[in-house]
Every structure is written in structure tokens, then in C-alpha cells.
Write a protein that binds this ligand. Structure first.
Ligand SMILES: NC(=O)c1ccc[n+]([C@@H]2O[C@H](COP(=O)([O-])OP(=O)(O)OC[C@H]3O[C@@H](n4cnc5c(N)ncnc54)[C@H](OP(=O)(O)O)[C@@H]3O)[C@@H](O)[C@H]2O)c1
Length: 296
């Protein structure tokens, strides 16, 4: 990737969906030279380019490659390898994908042509590019690349006012699976709560309105105090009486609700212990009740 005499690289996007737009707009806002975009449909590339002075929407991905030093392949995960294989790359450029789970090796056709390759995964939900753009500063971008591309991508992330995390090769699937616990699975758990409240007449919208401030408070507590000291509730204190009430009620609802609760509760006990809320003897008494419920 050319970055001579402090001239910023010419950045292009292949794939103008939610991440392509969010990142391209963020990079342009931070002064980077986002000059070209393509997509499966020209309309998507035009939407991306419309908000960036000097950026062109091009009909062909190859044209984007040919006029860029740094190309972000922001297509769906399953299309990355095919897109990489369909284009002609140069050795004086770099090619990046933004997938959390896909190995950088998906870009091997570009590497075979001598291009530098890497991963640049923003730990942010891009359900809506506008919301993601607003949320970019402060979020972490996980980077997998070798020098000299690595520090260049770190600089790029810093220009977006993002933190950076380096990912060793071969860890992407594990890394990405774990990230779900702070993103999609939180929504899944809210949905679980909504189902339980619905059984006594509270609708989903009211559930979300009621639980979102609790969720924000939880995030703020973790931010302030860390995982163990930030924990609150039954498993921070070790209230066995409350635990038993929960188990009895969830058993009436059914094994699915009961088992999910027990799995989560069992994983909360080490944090309660670390917090100093109870001792190992008390923890074992809680575990014993939860394991028994899991076998029911
Ligand atoms: N969404 C997230 O929260 C998130 C977060 C971090 C990382 N990522 C990663 O970012 C990447 C893009 O995800 P996304 O959520 O932005 O997906 P998306 O919204 O579905 O956008 C993908 C874009 O790629 C275009 N496209 C599809 N096939 C193509 C092809 N063969 N050639 C050129 N363009 C093609 C689509 O074109 P048209 O619009 O023209 O049809 C679409 O605009 C993925 O690797 C994903 O894992 C996503």
C-alpha cells in the first residue's frame, strides 16, 4: 500500500452495504481519501459515494481496485473469497476484509498477486450505517495483518478514534464466537425475558422499555467496576432462597426456560465468588441446586 511522503492511501470499497457505508463515511469524516466504491448494484455504491466529496461510484469492482492503494472488501462473509478470486490485484496495494469470523486466507488470491492482506473488524453493530457511524468513535477495531500493513491499519483505526486490538492468525472463529456474548446474544436474552413477561401480560415493547435502562446500568457498572465487582443481583449475593423461588417458577414454565437459566446462573457463581459475596461452601450449595434442576 502506498503511503509515501505522508500522502494518504487512495481507499476504495468493494461492497457498499452497512459496513461499507459506515466505515467509508467514518474514514472520509476523519480526513482519509475514500475515492471509489462498487457493489453488486450501482445504486448501493452511489449511496455510499453520495456522502463523500470526491468519491466515485463505479460499475465495476475491478475499476475500484485499479484506482486504489487500499481496498476494503466489505461484501457478505460467504462472498469474500469469490470476490477476491475474481479480481486482479497488484503488489503495491493492500486488500482488507472486515469479517470477524473469516480467515484472512480468504484473500489469498490477492496475496498470491503480491498484495498485502489483512483483517479489520469493527466491534460494532452495523444494523444501520448512520447509527454505526455515530458509534464508531470509542469502539474497538480488531486487526490481523503483518508489518508494515499492521501499523498502517492501526493508524487508520486511530484516525477513526477507535481503539485497536491485534488478533493472532488462526483465532478468528473463536474470537468472533465470543463477541456474540456482548452483541446478538444480549438481544436473544432480552427476547427470553420478553417471553417470560408476556406470560403475565406485559407486551414486548413495554418489556424492552423497562429492561433497557437496566441493561445500560449493567454496562455502566461493568465499565466502572469490572466484571466481578460490577455484578449485582442474586448471584452476586448468593441468595439461595431467591434462587429456589426462581427454579420452582421456571420449572413450571418448562425445561427450556429452566435449563437456560441454570446454565447462566452456574457461570455467574465464579464471579460472585471473585466479588467476595460468599465462600466456596455456599457456592457449592448453589451449584448443587442448579445441577439438580438441570437434570430434571
Ligand atoms: N453488520 C455488522 O454488524 C458487521 C459488523 C462487523 C463486521 N461485519 C462484516 O462486514 C462485512 C459486510 O457486512 P454488512 O453487514 O455490511 O453486509 P451487507 O449490509 O449485506 O452489505 C454487503 C454488501 O456487499 C454487496 N455485495 C454482495 N455480493 C457482492 C459481490 N459479489 N460483489 C460486490 N458487492 C457485493 C451487497 O451489494 P448490493 O447492496 O449492491 O446488493 C451489499 O451492499 C461482512 O464481512 C461482515 O461480517 C459486519
Amino acid at each position: 500500500m502506498q503511503q509515501q511522503n505522508n500522502i494518504l492511501p487512495r481507499i476504495g470499497f468493494v461492497g457498499s452495504g452497512r459496513v461499507g457505508k459506515g466505515l467509508a463515511w467514518g474514514m472520509a469524516r476523519s480526513g482519509q481519501r475514500v475515492l471509489a466504491a462498487a457493489s453488486r448494484s450501482l445504486a448501493s455504491a452511489e449511496q455510499l459515494a453520495a456522502r463523500i466529496a470526491g468519491c466515485r461510484a463505479l460499475a465495476s469492482a475491478q475499476d475500484v481496485v485499479d484506482c486504489s492503494d487500499l481496498v476494503f472488501v466489505t461484501v457478505p462473509d460467504d462472498a469474500i473469497a469469490a470476490v477476491a478470486a475474481s479480481l486482479k490485484w497488484r503488489e503495491d496495494m493492500a486488500v482488507i476484509h472486515c469479517s470477524g469470523a473469516t480467515e484472512v486466507a480468504a484473500l489469498s488470491p490477492a496475496a498470491a498477486a503480491g498484495a498485502k492482506v489483512g483483517g479489520f473488524h469493527p466491534l460494532q453493530l452495523f444494523a444501520d450505517p448512520e447509527v454505526a457511524l455515530a458509534g464508531l468513535p470509542g469502539c474497538t477495531i480488531t486487526i490481523e495483518a503483518e508489518a508494515p500493513l499492521l501499523p498502517q491499519l492501526e493508524q487508520l483505526a486511530q484516525s477513526l478514534r477507535c481503539r485497536t486490538l491485534r488478533l493472532p492468525a488462526g483465532c478468528r472463529a473463536r474470537y468472533h464466537a465470543a463477541a456474540h456474548y456482548a452483541a446478538g446474544f444480549v438481544i436473544t436474552l432480552l427476547n427470553e425475558a420478553a417471553g417470560l413477561w408476556q406470560s403475565f401480560g406485559v407486551d414486548r415493547e413495554d418489556t424492552i422499555r423497562a429492561l433497557l435502562p437496566l441493561l445500560r446500568g449493567t454496562a455502566a457498572s461493568v465499565e466502572r467496576s469490572g466484571l466481578a465487582q460490577g455484578l449485582a443481583g442474586t448471584y452476586s449475593r448468593g441468595d439461595i432462597g431467591t434462587l429456589e423461588k426462581h427454579l420452582a417458577e421456571l420449572a413450571r414454565i418448562g425445561p427450556d426456560a429452566l435449563h437456560l437459566y441454570c446454565e447462566l446462573a452456574l457461570r455467574s457463581i465464579p464471579l460472585g465468588l471473585e466479588r467476595g459475596g460468599y465462600d466456596e461452601h455456599h457456592a457449592e450449595a448453589m451449584r448443587e441446586r442448579l445441577r439438580r434442576a438441570l437434570q430434571s
